[in-house]
Design a protein around this ligand. Structure first.
Ligand code: G3H
Ligand code: 13P
Ligand code: ZN
Length: 336
């Protein structure tokens, strides 16, 4: 059993409390490799922001969970080296699918886990989530549950209203399970294609897709039922069109990729939404930078020469998200 506190990590309880009271959201960035982690830590350390490092099932399979955990431990030391004397870094399992996976992460030093039972019948979701909470809380590990289904990795069909979180269920779910935060479905989805062109309108000047707004009425109804309770938004990449353009101009093919407009995420961050998950935007930044290097210099074969620019672009992206979208800059409990 590894105690995450001995690794210098923190759970999400205090950071969420402050985020809700302060009207901002904590960035939850996924990482799979060293360059992503370096960029996340550099951006959040310089901006003195708390951060949640997310590890998905895919990341564990790709990078090896032992390595990822040591990388997170190293990230705490790296943040200190960058002048951030009191970093607040949570290591979080993203979309945990079984009790065993959650338990293994908790035993291995994760400070927070998500148990995603959103695809299960309601009672089974409650029972599974409760089981994870009971185990996690013995070790002061925080737990995120989910109600409602996002389109994308969680479901093959396009988001429909029937998949949105049902506000009438949230009190019962939170009370019965004891979760520390709740991921909800209000129209976001995973990946770089969050809406079909048919669901959007088109800006006549730029020709770019304009997505429909998120269901803020559902968020409001949930907040009314659970005043001050931490809410999480998955699928919150904005799919920056400047990256899509670089990718498409340099041999890529991402036609009509579209994300959640940043103004809507800013609005959500000011409410009880206190954790915003971003992965795809980082993938797009990485890919755009690498494609550009290869297009401009086909003879390049030193990975540092293309992963370096990718890391720089991701750092810029994370800084922008923290400062201009989530508002978590200079929000560490202790800054000196
Ligand atoms: O929720 C989805 C995240 O973007 C993780 O994606 O399972 O491909 O690592 P992944
Ligand atoms: P995006 O695909 O929008 O980045 O969502 C990431 C996410 O929700 C991770 O859990
Ligand atoms: Zn997600």
């Amino acid at each position: 059993m590894v105690d995450y506190k001995s690794l210098g990590l923190v759970n999400t309880r205090e950071m969420f409390k402050r985020a809700i009271n302060g009207g901002y959201a904590i960035p939850a960035f996924n990482f799979n490799n060293m360059e992503q982690l370096q960029a996340i830590i550099k951006a959040t350390s310089e901006l003195k922001s708390p951060v949640i490092l997310q590890v998905s099932k895919g990341a564990r399979a790709y990078a090896n969970e032992t390595l990822l955990r040591y990388m997170a431990q190293g990230a705490v030391e790296y943040a200190k080296e960058l002048g951030n004397k009191h970093p607040e870094i949570a290591l979080h399992l993203d979309h945990g699918d079984t009790f065993e996976t959650c338990k293994s992460c908790i035993d291995y030093g994760f400070s927070s886990v998500m148990i995603d039972g959103s695809h299960l019948p309601y009672d089974e979701n409650v029972a599974l989530t409760k089981k994870v909470v009971e185990y996690a809380h013995q070790f002061d590990v925080t737990v995120e549950g989910e109600l409602g289904v996002l389109a994308g990795v969680e479901d093959d069909v396009v988001a429909a209203e029937s998949h949105y979180t049902r506000p009438e269920e949230v009190i019962d779910f939170v009370t019965k399970t004891g979760v520390d935060s709740l991921a909800i479905s209000i129209g976001t989805s995973h990946g770089a294609y969050k809406f079909t062109p048919e669901q959007c309108t088109r800006d006549p000047k730029t020709g770019l897709l304009v997505p429909p707004p998120l269901a803020f009425d559902i968020l409001d109804a949930i907040m009314e039922k659970l005043p001050g309770f931490p809410i999480v938004l998955h699928g919150s990449s904005s799919v920056p069109q400047e990256y899509v353009k670089i990718i498409n101009e340099n041999g890529g093919k991402l036609p009509d990729a579209v994300g959640i407009p940043e103004e809507q995420l800013r609005k959500a961050a000011k409410s009880a939404v206190c954790k915003i998950n971003i992965d795809s935007d980082s993938r797009l930044a990485f890919t755009a930078a690498v494609r550009k290097v290869f297009a401009e210099n086909p003879g390049e074969f030193d990975p540092r020469k293309y992963c370096g620019p990718a890391r720089d672009l991701m750092t810029e992206l994370y800084e922008h998200k923290v400062k201009n979208v989530l508002g978590s800059d200079f929000k560490l409990a202790q800054i000196d």
